[in-house]
Design a protein around this ligand. Structure first.
Ligand code: SF4
Ligand code: SF4
Ligand code: FES
Length: 238
């Protein structure tokens, strides 16, 4: 095991090589804002909330997919980063249809929490009001595409933990969309085991349990944590 020594917000940190800046910061007790990161599944660097400044580089780099290097001097909370994070959250709100007052996840939503954390009370960008639909063909769950922020957490848990690979990303740019199966209604996808991992993983009210009404949807992320730990420690009984 080789060790890398670096500084994060002026704190000296020593971590194993290959560690992400996000994980190194966590070890040093520093929390970097994230939305697409989910402990236990691979990182994709999709949301750009975790951008950090590294001395000597004029680029902002995502902490979740950037590995530490010897001697790095990292800042995670500069005014520039705070401004970028706020703008990113504003863009997420203007890009979809996030009407918190009528959302199942109101009060239990990571996007809403992030807006509060970055001090966002309005968006400076025009709302796009995209015309998106809802799929409630699954007997237990549903997806409201209006509230999807394309973090792909659902896709990664379903693929990497459940092994079912029901979710995929289709199209690009403004037309991007999470699909189930080969763009079939979710209820028709035979690969879905109805395990509910995607429901627990979704940070917003996009994927929900049927029958949940406004502000009723709570998530138990510890279920996912348990599954990941059990898999890593080979605690399965069969
Ligand atoms: S319920 Fe389980 S198997 Fe079905 S889509 Fe969600 S994570 Fe995949
Ligand atoms: S449905 Fe939820 S978990 Fe999946 S990409 Fe959209 S916001 Fe992320
Ligand atoms: S948490 Fe790093 S880009 Fe989303």
């Amino acid at each position: 095991m080789s060790v890398r020594t670096l500084r994060i917000n002026g704190i000296d940190v020593a971590v194993e090589s290959g560690t992400s800046i996000l994980a190194a910061a966590k070890q040093a007790g520093i929390t970097i804002p994230t939305l697409c990161h989910l402990d236990g599944v691979s990182d994709v660097g999709a949301c750009r909330l975790c951008l950090v400044e590294i001395q000597g580089s004029n680029k902002l780099l995502p902490a979740c997919v950037t590995e530490v290097a010897e001697g790095m001097d990292i800042q995670t909370e500069t005014p520039k980063l705070q401004e970028y994070r706020r703008m990113t959250v504003e863009l997420l709100f203007s890009e979809g249809n996030h009407v918190c007052a009528v959302c199942v996840a109101n009060g239990n939503c990571e996007l809403q929490d992030m807006a509060i954390a970055v001090g966002m009370d309005h968006t400076r960008f025009p709302y796009r009001f995209p015309d998106r639909d809802l799929d409630v063909s699954h007997p237990q769950f549903g997806i409201d595409h209006n509230r999807c922020i394309f973090c792909t957490r659902c896709m990664r848990v379903c693929d990497e933990i459940e092994g079912a690979h029901v979710w995929d990303v289709a199209q690009r740019g403004a037309a991007v969309r999470m699909i189930t199966g080969l763009n079939q209604p979710w209820g028709e996808v035979e690969a879905c085991t109805s395990c509910g991992k995607c429901v627990e993983a979704c940070p917003t009210g996009a994927i929900f349990r049927q029958g949940s009404t406004v502000a009723e949807m709570q998530r138990d992320r510890s279920t996912l944590e348990f599954l990941v730990t059990a898999r890593e420690k080979k605690e399965w009984t069969r």
